[in-house]
Design a binder for this molecule. Structure first.
Ligand SMILES: [Zn+2]
Length: 223
């Protein structure tokens, strides 16, 4: 089994067919005829006499908005917004198979699925909704784990490279007896990283010492 996340998708058409467009590449995915009854119900409800204004319009969401603004009072647009949100939530409540529409009007094999605003690609066309959902959940869990790992790592690095913790400062001050470790001066003391961050040094007390300003300058001029 193999699955790949293609990217975020937005609903662009829902009258004669239901189409989603990939946000970054603009590629169009046409949802396959295998919609559930619930999908079909929400889909056909759009063509009911309740919404006569939809019948005369062309098929993309953008067109509908444009025509709405030109032809009807502004309030209609909110009705349309609600409709689109409704179709979106109903259609995407479980993975729905989709065709990628390729150049020259061809359609790819049915190995794509649209679910919760995302398009996924599968290695085979014959997975059931349940099988697709399992794979999607695995993938999303995996991504979440990776994200958490990277976030923790970033936090750790920030902690390591941030200001010297007060507890470490106190320990270093105590150990070095409040004096410059080079010349013994008690004047203008600074916390010095023995091995700088840029060379892999960190904020532990073993890597920090007290130097007076003069000795610290001299050290840095010699590095
Ligand atoms: Zn000194």
């Amino acid at each position: 089994m193999s699955i790949k996340k293609i990217g975020k998708a937005v609903l662009v058409s829902f009258l004669d067919d239901i189409r989603y467009k990939l946000e970054d590449t603009g590629q169009i995915f046409l949802l396959s005829g295998k919609l559930t009854d619930e999908h079909k119900a929400s889909y056909y409800s759009l063509q009911s006499p309740k919404y006569p204004f939809l019948a005369n319009f062309s098929k993309t969401k953008e067109d509908l908005y444009q025509k709405e603004l030109e032809t009807y009072e502004f309030q209609r647009k909110h009705e349309l917004d609600r409709l689109i949100a409704y179709v979106n939530s109903a259609v995407l409540s479980e993975p729905v198979k989709a065709y990628a529409i390729l150049k020259k009007g061809n359609m790819s094999q049915k190995i794509y699925s649209v679910y919760k605003d995302n398009v996924y690609k599968f290695d085979r066309a014959d997975y059931s909704s349940e099988q697709m959902l399992l794979q999607i959940n695995d993938l999303e869990e995996d991504e979440k784990r990776k994200f958490e790992y990277l976030k923790n790592k970033a936090n750790f690095v920030q902690q390591e490279r941030g200001p010297i913790p007060k507890s470490v400062q106190r320990e270093v001050w105590r150990r070095d007896q409040g004096k410059c470790v080079e010349c013994g001066s008690q004047y203008k003391l600074e916390y010095d990283h023995i091995l700088p961050f840029s060379k892999g040094g960190n904020n532990t007390d073993r890597n920090i010492q007290l130097l007076c300003e003069t000795c610290n300058r001299r050290k840095h001029n010699n590095i």
